[in-house]
Design a protein around this ligand. Structure first.
Ligand code: SF4
Length: 229
């Protein structure tokens, strides 16, 4: 599974030089999960983070942990730009259908973790991610470190997930627009995999996914292999 590897490389390159803090994964130090969607009213909000959240899956080794580039939640005083990137190491599935199903299962996690006092708004049709953090949670010590531990715990419930690195970026010096482009590209790769699983169209000249297959190594071979061609 190397379809997302070039985006991972690009993401790591773009953040190089920005100051970062790394935390080891600690399952016990996870922030409390509220167990379901919560509503934080504007009057209870400390600040909002708005930007992009996306996953990148690979078969290469990923060390569990959390990276914070920019301010931690305790140091944020007003609304700011934000990007969350989660890089996941998975066991190579036996076939393409299982690969696609696993990517979907991993994607599902982002809609099913509910850090207490950290209201996430996201959509299945977009990679946009907005977070409202409550004053109460800030007072109780919420941090990217403990929210990240909670998110990793959730991913680890999937047995094929072997390593998870969650990167939270709030630095104003980071190129958040570039991260949006990466998220869009990663979404296009997943959509192409979906097409490959379901389509009988093998005419690359008329296929609207040609730009992705031209760029991402192994994608075209995967389509033809999936139909025994
Ligand atoms: S291999 Fe060709 S037909 Fe298949 S998704 Fe890629 S461009 Fe489209």
């Amino acid at each position: 599974m190397e379809f997302f590897d070039s985006i991972i490389k690009e993401a790591l390159e773009i953040t190089r030089g920005l100051s970062e803090v790394n935390y080891e994964y600690n399952a016990v130090k996870a922030w409390k999960d509220a167990g379901g969607n919560q509503v934080i009213l504007q009057k209870h909000s400390a600040f909002e983070l708005s930007g992009t959240g996306f996953n990148l899956v690979t078969s290469s080794s990923v060390e569990d942990g959390i990276t914070v580039i920019g301010s931690e939640l305790a140091d944020i005083k007003k609304d700011c730009k934000f990007t969350r990137i989660t890089i996941l190491q998975i066991d190579e599935p036996e076939d393409q259908q299982k690969t696609y199903n696993l990517i979907r299962k991993i994607e599902y996690v982002k809609y099913h973790y509910f850090p207490d006092g950290y209201m996430i708004r996201t959509s299945s049709r977009s990679h946009k991610e907005a977070v409202r953090v409550s004053k109460d949670a800030v007072k109780k010590g919420i941090s990217f470190q403990n929210v990240g531990n909670l998110l990793i715990n959730k991913y680890k419930e999937i047995s094929a997930v072997k390593g998870v690195r969650v990167i939270f970026i709030t630095s104003p010096d980071a190129d958040h627009r570039a991260f949006e482009d990466m998220a869009e590209k990663s979404n296009s790769i997943t959509e192409t995999l979906n097409h490959i699983m379901n389509s009988v169209n093998f005419d690359c000249d008329t296929c609207n996914l040609k730009p992705i297959c031209d760029e991402v190594e192994g994608m075209r071979e995967l389509h033809f292999k999936s139909r025994g061609m």
